[in-house]
Design a protein around this ligand. Sequence first.
Ligand SMILES: NC(=O)C1=CN([C@@H]2O[C@H](COP(=O)(O)OP(=O)(O)OC[C@H]3O[C@@H](n4cnc5c(N)ncnc54)[C@H](OP(=O)(O)O)[C@@H]3O)[C@@H](O)[C@H]2O)C=CC1
Ligand SMILES: CC(C)(CO)C(=O)C(=O)O
Length: 300
Amino acid sequence: MKIAIIGGGAVGLLFSSYLQEENDVILYTRSEDQSESIRTNGIVRKNGEESICLPINVRPISEWDENEIELVILCVKEYMLEEIVKDLSFPKNLPLLFVQNGMGHLSLLNKINTRSLFIGSVEHGALRINNHSVSHTGIGVTKLAILRSVEGDLWILDELVLQSIKNFPAQFEQDYMFMLTKKLVVNAVINPLTAILGVTNGSLLTNKYYQMLFEQLFDEVCLALSLDPHAYYENLVHVCKNTAKNESSMLKDVKNDRRTEIDAILGYVLEEAKRKDIEAPLTLAFYHCIKGKEIKGERM
Ligand SMILES: NC(=O)C1=CN([C@@H]2O[C@H](COP(=O)(O)OP(=O)(O)OC[C@H]3O[C@@H](n4cnc5c(N)ncnc54)[C@H](OP(=O)(O)O)[C@@H]3O)[C@@H](O)[C@H]2O)C=CC1
Ligand SMILES: CC(C)(CO)C(=O)C(=O)O
């Protein structure tokens, strides 16, 4: 399959490196510098002690070419999507796959008039080491669901599931809303707590004090989203254990003084709580902690 991947961050590098094993991938980076670094070095993927280097087709996004592509995977942060969708031309018949955390992008997706639009939920841990290297810090699964599609494009998801590349499996999910909600709960608990406490995901379960926060926040998020906690707790713990050694994407953003995706995650939970007139004090407090850290120079 001919796949264009937009964004050479942790997830974009991870997806490019694995999908290139079975497909023709072209990676679009924001900067020419990063393209040049990948052209020279290939993508280096580290799995523990193992390291593999794969050559890959790469271009800066200023050279975007939508021709002869069968699928576009958007691996940029949620808050970059609006600009990308505005700037790039996506023909109506070009299927798009969005892998962002949170729910913030749903309203934007509904405005895009592409005939097939897929959603992914990434349960891997990935860490960008430099412009051309990525560490696969947690082997999970990519869940795939349909927001809308024409019959003729469904082979794309079938193909990704069938390929299920070693250490990079893909799984089909019937209900995109259930899939996104499950991931939202994971990110609403793990991401802010790890970013505030400065710990890897696993510590939230191994440190008994952090575990109390983990459970309290989980209960409040379920209440705000009107979810049955029993249907979501097991998955949350499973992902947390699977990515135990990983630094969450929010912790990485905070450490690197970058904007986080807190608005698409806890911001969304707070909006839901407000809409239902439910108090969510813990969620609000953690939301403010992260917004505070986003202000330049507030980091220790
Ligand atoms: N990291 C993880 O473990 C996980 C991340 N996710 C989700 O995946 C998504 C991507 O996350 P992640 O890879 O960590 O984020 P990163 O910040 O590492 O990567 C985003 C990349 O997008 C690039 N970018 C920004 N604007 C453009 C543009 N206009 N054109 C091309 N590229 C652009 C950035 O370029 P530059 O570097 O030059 O700024 C950066 O390389 C997020 O929504 C996140 O929630 C989901 C599960 C796990
Ligand atoms: C699955 C998890 C929690 C992995 O760290 C993630 O989605 C993230 O870091 O954003």
